[in-house]
Every structure is written in structure tokens, then in C-alpha cells.
Design a protein around this ligand. Structure first.
Ligand code: NAP
Length: 248
């Protein structure tokens, strides 16, 4: 079977590392992004240099019309989807809960919870044997924050990832008999540009002495877990998680 993967937020950080690993494993790849066209073109060229058939599609995953357009483009340009990585996510500036606005809470939940659920919906519509599909695999990118709670940083973000963990378990059971496996990864402190969104680009370097392994992780180390969960090597894994956090 042709392997076709959609990686939301696949143009930078963990998503881009996952796309490069998928390219080495023969997937046809769609990397999605929200606004950074330069990063999208840079990663697209890297994937093509690895010999992969790849496209980059701009779409905000928290808006269903854009998700519909994104999935249609994958159908038309790459063929039937076999793998989805729900990786796109965002975070607000460091704040206490008693300082958070309604606008912030709604936008975090829309991007980090509604978006992945919408993408899973449109993946299931294509992959499920109930809908005439051939099966497939979904990996949701959660966070160790779901377990740690991120006090004094971004409890709203942590709660959004807790929702993703619950969603992963529920959806896994819902579609287990329809050829689809659904799993999650919970990265810890990973060196990407993500932390600049919280107002602290050096956050990982500042906090890594508190990680039992004594260092932050690399995006490539998270990608290995994601691609393994997607693969047939993980054929009996569903509704489960890999923590990639150096013991934190
Ligand atoms: P990143 O470097 O900031 O990259 C985020 C990617 O998501 C970018 O491609 C961005 O597109 C895209 N994106 C954001 N919101 C989007 C939306 N609404 N629609 C479509 N694309 C959107 O982040 P990262 O560190 O690789 O994080 C990836 C995932 O891992 C996130 O879910 C994050 O919560 C999770 N995670 C990260 C860490 C960490 O320490 N880095 C730890 C735990 C979990 P643009 O470039 O166009 O903005």
C-alpha cells in the first residue's frame, strides 16, 4: 500500500523532523502550516532533496472549511491518506490562570483541541473501513504538560494537552475495529522555536538541569517515536502513549 502522510504543523520543529524521517521511510508527504511560508518552502525543499514526493499546504487546522480544503488537496495530489500526525499546536505567554483572558483560552482550545479533533474526523472519514477506507494510523502530539500541569507558565496549554490525551483514548476505542490505530506522544522540553511563543526562547536551556537526563530533547528524538507508532511495527498498539521527556 502507498504510504501517504499528513503532518499538521509539519514545516518547523517536531513536525519538520517527523516529515524528514517519513521521507526516508518512503511516505508521500503533506506538510501543513499556518502562516510561515519561508519555513514551509525550506522544509519542502529538504523533503524533495531526500527523494520524497511532497506538498506544503497552508491551512488553519482550527477552521473546518480550511481542514476540508487541506484534506481534499491531499486526496487529489498524493492519493488516499494512510497516516495523520496531529502535531500543530500553540501556546500563550507565561501567565497565571487569574491573568488569562477569555480570548486567549478560546484560541488555545481552538488550535490545540478543536483542530486535532477536526483533522482526526476527516482522517477517519477516509481511513475507516466503515467508510470504505483501507485503515490507517493517527498519532496525536500531546505534551508532558498534560501530566505536570505547567503551573505559573500555561495551565491552559497543559489542559488542552490533557484533552488530547483523553481524546486519543476515546477515539482509539471508537475506531479500533475499523482498521485505525490512534496513539499519542508526550514530548518534554524539546529544543524548537515553540518556546519563543511563550515569551522565553531560552526556556529549554534554562530548565534542562531539572531534567533527570540533564538535557533538553531534540525534535528528531520525538520524531522517532511518532514514526514508530505510525508503522506496522506498532501493529498492536492503540490508545497508548510514549513519553519522550528524558525522565521529567
Ligand atoms: P513549532 O516549532 O512552534 O512549530 C509549530 C508548527 O505548527 C508550525 O509549523 C506552525 O505553522 C504550525 N501551526 C501552529 N498553529 C497552527 C494552526 N492553527 N494550523 C496549522 N498549523 C499550525 O512547535 P514544536 O515545538 O515543533 O511543537 C509541535 C507540537 O509539539 C505542538 O503540538 C506542541 O504543543 C508539542 N510539544 C512541543 C514541545 C516542545 O518543547 N517544543 C513539548 C511538548 C509538546 P507556522 O510555522 O506557519 O506558524
Amino acid at each position: 500500500m502507498n504510504k501517504v502522510i499528513l503532518i499538521t504543523g509539519g514545516t518547523r520543529g517536531i513536525g519538520a523532523a517527523t516529515a524528514k524521517l517519513a521521507a526516508q521511510q518512503g511516505y508521500r508527504i503533506c506538510i501543513n502550516y499556518q502562516s510561515d511560508e519561508a519555513a514551509a518552502q525550506h522544509t519542502l525543499q529538504a523533503l524533495r532533496a531526500l527523494g520524497a514526493e511532497a506538498i506544503a499546504v497552508r491551512a488553519d487546522v482550527s477552521i473546518e472549511d480550511e481542514v476540508v480544503r487541506l484534506f481534499r488537496q491531499v486526496d487529489e495530489e498524493l492519493g488516499p491518506l494512510t497516516a495523520l500526525v496531529n502535531n500543530a499546536g500553540t501556546v500563550g505567554h507565561k501567565s497565571r490562570v487569574d491573568e488569562m483572558s477569555e480570548f486567549r483560552l478560546l484560541s488555545i482550545m481552538k488550535s490545540n483541541v478543536v483542530g486535532p479533533i477536526l483533522c482526526a474526523k476527516h482522517a477517519v472519514l477516509r481511513m475507516s473501513t466503515r467508510h470504505g477506507g483501507q485503515g490507517g494510523s493517527i498519532v496525536n502530539v500531546s505534551s508532558r504538560a498534560a501530566v505536570l500541569g505547567s503551573p505559573f507558565e500555561y495551565v491552559d496549554y497543559a489542559a488542552s494537552k490533557g484533552a488530547i490525551d483523553t481524546f486519543t483514548q476515546g477515539l482509539a476505542k471508537e475506531v479500533a475495529g475499523e482498521g485505525i490505530r490512534v496513539n499519542g506522544v508526550r514530548p518534554g522540553l524539546i529544543h524548537t522555536d515553540f518556546h519563543a511563543l511563550s515569551g522565553d526562547p531560552q526556556r529549554v536551556s534554562k530548565m534542562e538541569s531539572g531534567v533527570p537526563m540533564g538535557r533538553g530533547g531534540q525534535a528528531e528524538e520525538v520524531a522517532e517515536g511518532i514514526v514508530w507508532l505510525l508503522s506496522d511495527k506498532a501493529s498492536y498498539a492503540t490508545g497508548t502513549f510514549i513519553d519522550l521527556s528524558g525522565g521529567r
